[in-house]
Structure formats: C-alpha cells, structure tokens
Design a protein around this ligand. Structure first.
Ligand code: ADP
Ligand code: MG
Length: 376
C-alpha cells in the first residue's frame, strides 16, 4: 500500500518547483514506492561522492543506513553549511535504498514542503490525510530541517510524526545547516530526540579532497583538466563545493569558445571575475610575515643563502604555503626567496606536503598558519 498516494502534479520536471511551493508530491516512474517534491538528481549517488576526513563519518553513516534502515542510526542527522554535500548524501541514500529494497515506501522532501503541506492541511481541515501520508512510510527523509526554526506549530506536528515513525521502527533521515541545538527556537524535546540517533557534521573539505572533487567533476564533464588547473580550482574554491561545478563549466566553455586548450592561463582568465572580489588575494608578503613570526626567524634570512635547518625549514613552509594560497608559479615563488630555482621550490612543496600527510601535528600547524594568513 502506498503512503496515501499523493496527487500527481503535471510532468515531473516542470512540476518540481510548483510541487515544492504548493506542497504536492510527484511520483517517480522508476520507483513506485518513492515520493518526493523534487526528482532525484542522477549525479547524486554514493559512487560520485568524494570521501575525505571532513565528510567521512557522514558518508559512512548514510551508507550504513542505506544497508540497514532503522537498524543502524535512527534518526540520522547530517548538518553543515551550504554546498557541502548534504542533499547529495540524502539522495544517494534514497537511491541506494530504492535499489536494494524496492518494497520500502520512501518519502523524500524539503522541510519547506512539509511545512506547506501542514499549513494547507490545517486550512482545509484535512489533517487526517496529512498525518496518514507521513506516518505510514518506512523511510522519511527531510532536507533542510532548520526550516522549522521559529515555526512552533509545524514543529509540534513534526514532533508527533517523529514519535510515531520512531516507535514503529521506521528510518528517519534529516539534514540541516546547523546543529539541532543551534536552530533558532527549536524545541528542546526535538533537539533531544535528534540526538537519539547520530548527529554528525560535514565540515568544509581540505585541499586534497577539493582537488579530488575537481578532478572527478572535470572528468565527469568530459576530459579531466590538467593537474595544475585542478590545483588552481581547488585553491580558489574553499567552502562551497557547488562553486566547483560552476568554475569547471566556465573554464570548459571559455576553452570551447576560444578554441584554446585548457591550461592555467585560460583557467585564470575564465575565473578572474568570480573570485577576485569575493576572495581577497593572499600575498607572499603576508605568508612570510606570519611564518617568520611563528618560527622566530627574520624575513631577510629567508632570502639569504643560509641553509641551517632553523632557516631552511620556515623557508620551505613559506614556499609550500605560497604554492597553496597564491597563484604564483614555482619560478615566481623561487624569485621571492633569494632567487632560488623552481626545482628547489618544488622540492620544498613536495616535502612539506608529504609531512602534512603523515604527521597530524604538521597538518594542524599548517592549517593554523593558513587560517592566520587568511585572517591577516
Ligand atoms: P548542501 O545540500 O549541503 O547544500 P549539495 O548536496 O547540494 O550541498 O552539494 C552541492 C554540490 O556539491 C552538489 O553538486 C554535490 O554533488 C557537490 N558535492 C558536495 N560535496 C561533494 C563530495 N564530497 N563529492 C562530490 N560532490 C560533492
Ligand atoms: Mg541541500
């Protein structure tokens, strides 16, 4: 039996936005037991999700839920700021569940749709149908639950929905832009229920993960971009992964338009306007200032011929950070440090990069230097 067979809106694609606004749901022709307010996006699958240290737990938990719904983490609550893959993981979980267990009735929708449907049900005096629809599913997935902020009556309704589903051992999966306790005026009893399962945060990915995402997304679009272009994009886009797709599109379009190969110069040109205003340029001077203060050496020493470890090491750190945080070439960076040649810079970058990978303390120190430099 279906979850109260929701009324169909005309045409899946065209109906999506209308559905979210009016609160109607659209059936998915591929999955008879699946109802949602937006169609599943084909790209939002587990195998297209790049896993790194900052999203690993969220990914593993979503995977576990898709394998053993209601038996692993219930509810599963993912939170994190915009563009970090929450919707991607929610949809991947739905799809994986649908492929494994086509018998399960799954309802996937934005919290906004839930709230709109509730208001409509109240207005039309049809709460019975509304409740039936939500409380008779096997899996309820609600995206952007922070939308419940300051909505007392909708929270109250959701509380009862939650209880009913939870106590009949149905899976609940939620996403939010913040931790439950930080959602404005969220009722304490809901906050504590969310914690019955797993509340886990997705944090902005580090450089290595961003680099992998850029590689993968450029490959999905056509040809993988050259490595220096991938690094450039991974350096430019630090918080919202959605911007990666836009940037890849801009670079590829400019290349097609101008019949030019995709290289660093083209990428810089394509993105000149996107990031120069929103993201202040980090200068080598700023890097030198922070790094020398941290290691207690003089700026002039870094340019000197001195090779003692106390000077050589901070110099290598500067080169590494200059490569990560600025667009300067290896040659240009070498020029800033006493005219050293590009192989010396490359050696330094690779050396510190290796250390960052094997030594958590070094990684932490570099991360903190980066934060300080960006804030300076
Ligand atoms: P959120 O819901 O957290 O705002 P989305 O799930 O909509 O973010 O993700 C924004 C875009 O970034 C999507 O295109 C998504 O595929 C992509 N994305 C985010 N994180 C990853 C990741 N780890 N691997 C691959 N793509 C990702
Ligand atoms: Mg989202």
């Amino acid at each position: 039996m279906h979850a109260g067979a929701p009324p169909a809106a005309g045409g899946r694609e065209g109906g999506a936005r209308e559905a979210a606004r009016s609160g109607t749901l659209i059936p998915d022709a591929r999955y008879p037991n699946f109802f949602s307010d937006v169609p599943l996006t084909d790209d939002y699958t587990f195998d297209r999700f790049i896993v790194g240290p900052t999203n690993g737990l969220a990914h593993a938990a979503a995977l576990a839920v898709s394998e053993k719904p209601a038996l692993s983490y219930n509810p599963l609550f993912l939170h994190g700021s915009v563009g970090l893959g929450k919707t991607h993981l929610l949809q991947a979980t739905c799809r994986s569940l649908l492929d494994r267990r086509p018998d399960l009735r799954i309802l996937y929708l934005s919290c906004e749709t839930f709230a709109n449907q509730f208001i409509q049900a109240v207005q039309s005096g049809d709460l019975k149908n509304f409740r039936y629809r939500y409380r008779e599913v096997d899996v309820l997935v609600i995206d952007d639950i922070h939308f419940l902020a300051n909505k007392e009556r909708t929270q109250e309704e959701f509380f009862h929905t939650f209880n009913q589903l939870y106590h009949s051992r149905r899976q609940i999966i939620l996403s939010s832009d913040s931790h439950p306790r930080d959602i404005p005026s969220m009722e304490e009893r809901l906050v504590s229920r969310f914690k019955w399962g797993l509340v886990t945060e997705i944090e902005p990915p580090g450089f290595e993960t961003r680099l992998q995402i850029v590689r993968a997304k450029s490959e999905q679009r056509g040809d993988r971009f050259p490595e220096d272009v991938c690094e450039f994009l991974a350096n430019q886009i630090t918080s919202n992964i959605r911007e990666v797709e836009g940037a890849i599109y801009k670079v590829a379009s400019l290349s097609e338009l101008m019949h030019r190969p995709i290289d660093l110069a083209l990428a810089r040109e394509a993105l000149r306007d996107s990031f120069s205003s929103s993201r202040r340029q980090v200068t080598i001077e700023a890097i030198v200032r922070i790094v020398t203060a941290h290691y207690g050496v003089k700026g002039v020493d870094l340019q000197s011929k001195k090779r003692s470890r106390s000077v050589a090491y901070p110099r290598q750190v500067c080169m590494f950070l200059a490569r990560r945080l600025t667009d300067h070439s290896l040659v240009e960076i070498g020029g800033h440090f006493g005219g050293r040649d590009h192989t010396t810079v490359l050696y330094a970058v690779e050396k510190i990069d290796r250390e960052v990978h094997v030594d958590a303390a070094v990684k932490e120190r570099m991360d903190s230097l980066v934060r300080e430099i960006r804030a300076s």
